[in-house]
Design a protein around this ligand. Sequence first.
Ligand code: SF4
Ligand code: MG
Length: 336
Amino acid sequence: AQKLLEIENLTAAFRSQKDWVKATDNVSFSLDTGQTLCIVGESGSGKSVTSLSIMRLIDYAGGVIMEGSIRFKGEELASKEQQEMIGIRGNKIAMIFQDPMSALNPVFTVGDQIAESVQLHQNKSREEAWKAAVEMLRLVGIPSPEIRAGQYPHELSGGMCQRVVIAIALACSPELLIADEPTTALDVTVQAQILDLLLRLKEEMGMSILLITHDMGVAAEMADRIAVMYAGAIVEEGLASELFRSPSHPYTAGLLRSIPGLEGDRGEELYTIQGTIPPISQLPSGCRFHPRCPYVMDRCRNQDPGFFRLGDDHKAACWLYDESVSAGSAQTGNKV
Ligand code: SF4
Ligand code: MG
């Protein structure tokens, strides 16, 4: 399959008092057409900065792309002028966020807001656009769409508002939908419904999804590929099936053990990873995870491990997979 999105060595930074402070460091991953990639990590890990970089919205948030490449269907986005991004953002790539209410305009009906997006992207009259908006509401699973179209955001539940936001994003038939914590603000049953909706739309419309989440359970449900981020960098990446079968980075393993249900909820006490994620301006030397790692070794404290390749399509940034460490007993990988 053609790579829809290829991110290579992406480093983004924000201006502090005097200088630029990195928010992501050498991030690389790729996404095939029709697939879902989940970026997983705690808040402050650089997930959102990565998605804002892809959309080039980082420019408006006081940040810059310092280094690296963002290729969308072979086209380099990292060096584009903002003017050129307009044809891509909200057109070929759409984005939805955590809080649907802040994405909707309180003074217009939801039908108007979808119709406006339809008119912006498709050559339709006002009346046709309204009809299309009602159909979009039906497509995203809103009951009585003719009535709902005439209502205002405050008349709809949070879950319904997120469906409306998704409908607005879909009105441009994006090839890639970036969803940044799209269900975090919703209650659990509504979360599951929205995730199901995204999976269904992905199949029906053939779009690819980049899903950003702090929740390994969500990633397990949705992902074809997973990239685990920690303190601005990817620490493990690969096919979801491989990564869940053998989570290899101690941080990934910790994340998996800290969620209920995934490893079989046997009423055991949930694991918590000790310590907190460091601000990226104060990264420890060596492996960035070493102050929190239960397997830390001497070299972890001063040498960055880089990546080791573990399977056909799976890599982790951890010294445990170096041959000289494992002495043949555990899994080892080749240095990437
Ligand atoms: Fe832990 Fe060392 Fe691996 Fe870092 S490199 S995750 S400190 S074992
Ligand atoms: Mg975020």
